[in-house]
Design a protein around this ligand. Structure first.
Ligand code: 16G
Ligand code: MG
Length: 579
């Protein structure tokens, strides 16, 4: 059902408080999708791409308000990440390049679900008043727009532009087809007064990569670590961008398969980081010819990264190197650089630079990785699932390293730490140039430029992995052997109402329904090294069950029996009985 803003509404809007105007033209994008409730969820609104234009139009209005509220540019990205090609989605990047502030999510939900233009306009005006947002002609919003390669992206981009136009004086800057992390990076850079185009992004990544490669210790370069990397681009935007980026890199030979070029395959179908990590099989176009090679996989919008190696014994199975092992590799490297930086010199006069390092994971992190990180002496904290939680926690440290097992993650450096590091680097350049502490300072500074400070980024993460492997002189085998993952199993349970499950302690314990946690505990106690938790998915209408134990059979059995408990407590049979 399409509805228009009528003349009366326009008069009302034009007449509301001193020049507060919402220009309600181009209203063909306003319609109400009955039977669907939109929720901003873990990572924005997602649905069938053909049903999303009204939601994207509304998100355009939302983004413009967010920009007016903060006084800075914000981002609006049209993507549904690893979802099927027919889906699409929309999310907003805040001025610092991170996710939209969580306290705006209820407003986003209300806007997305407004049943008619009148209620929509009312909501906008009410919220603007409550948040002290001036809708006058003098204030202007700036919104950077990006989209991935999905076929519905182009028309949704138009819907977003029309939504943005509704707030008079707003400026929409179309950044074209970009990865999600590129758009977040652009927003952050623009607001910091730095160059923010795609070529600036490629330049920053390739220059900091070169700087790090130039400082690989000689003894490691003679070890002849393989510099060849095979990359699965999920048939999406990440593969295309890597093709461009790799032309600026030296010291690394990248072959990209599964770009978005015609004939290469369908976005996310049998390819991509989510597929590889969940199914534990090689993506399409990878086979016996790739056995033993170092391979990486990006997801559909290139904010997830996992590595894998095709097994010698069975070319349809892989050794997976997930986000936990990427995190562990990065943590080792950062720790080594800090150690070097603070190593006492013979004169004993040099100042040290203390750094509070924090590692952030979710309950999905394999128990073996958490043990490994703790053994390194690192502070490890868990947050609920979703980048917005991990990122926020990591930002509390001087150096915060966060990763989800599924490959989302980055390393955050505090401004305070970076300015001290810069000072120390300068001092060392004049007193002790070329020394190990000096190199460590330069390396850390280069890492802070290479690794995306706005959000997890598969392209910059991949370059850092490659640098660190070279620095350590490590083969893929060394990395795989860093620790042995505990066998694990994930299952989905369809229930009558997933919101009936309420969790606490970073989703590791169930609070409601009462009795379910006791049942989980009783099952878990039956297995050596058993660990199990359940949580409602933020992206699908299901409950997820995760189990870990000493053997694969044990993990499978624990996951199965806990799924049965979930079904018993919440399944359709239960709800029918109680009806
Ligand atoms: C989204 C989240 C990801 C999370 C996943 C969990 C972002 C950018 N992405 O993909 O962090 O791990 O959802 O999905 O926040 P689930 O709630 O369905 O398990
Ligand atoms: Mg993604």
């Amino acid at each position: 059902m399409f509805r228009h803003f009528d003349r009366k509404q326009q008069r009302e809007l034009a007449g509301c408080e001193a020049n507060h105007i919402i220009c309600a033209k181009r209203h063909q994008f306003f319609f109400f999708v009955s039977g669907v409730t939109f929720s901003y969820g873990t990572a924005g609104f997602r649905a069938d791409g053909l049903k999303l234009s009204s939601t994207v139009f509304r998100a355009g209005v939302l983004a413009a308000l967010r920009s007016l509220k903060t006084g800075y540019a914000v981002g609006l990205m049209i993507t549904a990440s690893h979802n099927p090609i027919t889906d699409n989605g929309i999310k907003i990047a805040d001025p610092d390049g991170g996710m939209m502030a969580q306290d705006w999510e209820p407003f986003a939900d209300a806007l997305a679900n407004a049943p008619d233009p009148q209620s929509f306009v009312k909501l906008v005006l009410h919220f603007a008043k409550e948040e002290n947002i001036s809708l006058s002609r003098e204030s202007s919003a700036v919104i950077l727009l990006g989209r991935d390669t999905r076929p519905t992206g182009e028309s949704l981009l138009e819907a977003a532009k029309q939504g943005i136009k509704c707030i008079i004086g707003s400026v929409a800057l179309d950044m074209g087809i970009v990865t999600t992390p590129q758009l977040h990076w652009m927003v952050r850079s623009k607001n910091m007064g730095m160059k923010a185009s795609e070529s600036d992004y490629f330049m920053q990544l390739s220059e900091s990569f070169r700087c790090l490669m130039d400082m690989i210790p000689k003894e490691m370069t003679v070890k002849g670590i393989v510099t060849q990397l095979m990359v699965d681009g999920a048939n999406g935007v990440g593969g295309d961008k890597l093709e461009q980026l790799k032309t600026l890199l030296t010291g690394l030979q990248i072959q990209v398969k599964n770009t978005s070029k015609q004939g290469e395959g369908i976005l996310n179908e049998g390819v991509g980081a989510d597929y590889v990590q969940k199914e534990k099989v090689p993506p399409r176009c990878f086979g016996p010819n790739d056995i033993g090679l170092r391979c990486a996989s990006l997801d559909g919008d290139a904010d997830r990264l996992v590595y894998f190696r095709i097994s010698k014994i069975n070319s349809s199975s892989i050794d997976l190197v997930d986000g936990d092992k990427i995190l562990s590799l990065f943590a080792l490297f950062i720790k080594a650089q800090l150690h070097c930086l603070n190593k006492s010199e013979s004169d004993g006069l040099r100042n040290v630079l203390p750094a509070r390092v924090g590692v952030v994971q979710t309950a999905y992190a394999n128990g073996a990785s958490t043990d490994y990180l703790k053994q390194l002496g690192l502070e490890v904290v868990l947050t609920p699932t979703g980048v917005k939680y991990l990122h926020k926690k990591a930002a509390e440290y001087d150096i915060g390293i966060y990763f989800e097992a599924n490959g989302h993650g980055t390393i955050l450096f505090s401004e305070y730490f970076l300015s001290n590091l810069q000072k120390m680097g300068n001092d060392l350049a004049s007193s002790n140039a070329g020394s190990e502490p000096h190199k460590a300072a330069l390396r850390l500074l280069a890492v802070s430029k290479l690794i995306n400070q706005a959000v997890g980024d598969a392209l910059s993460g991949l370059l850092l992995v490659e640098v660190v492997l070279q620095y350590m002189g490590w083969s893929m085998q060394n990395w795989i052997e860093l620790y042995d993952d505990l066998p694990s199993r994930q299952l989905k349970v369809k229930v009558a109402d997933r919101t009936a499950v309420i969790t606490t302690n970073a989703e590791t314990k169930v609070v409601q329904p009462f009795g379910l946690q006791q049942a989980i505990d009783a099952e878990t106690a039956k297995y050596h090294q058993g660990r199990c938790f359940v949580r409602p998915s933020g992206t699908e209408d299901i409950i997820r069950v995760y189990a870990e134990a000493f053997s694969q059979e044990a993990a499978d059995s624990l996951a199965r029996s806990v799924s049965q408990h979930v079904d018993h407590f919440l399944g359709f049979r239960t709800s029918q009985k109680s009806d």
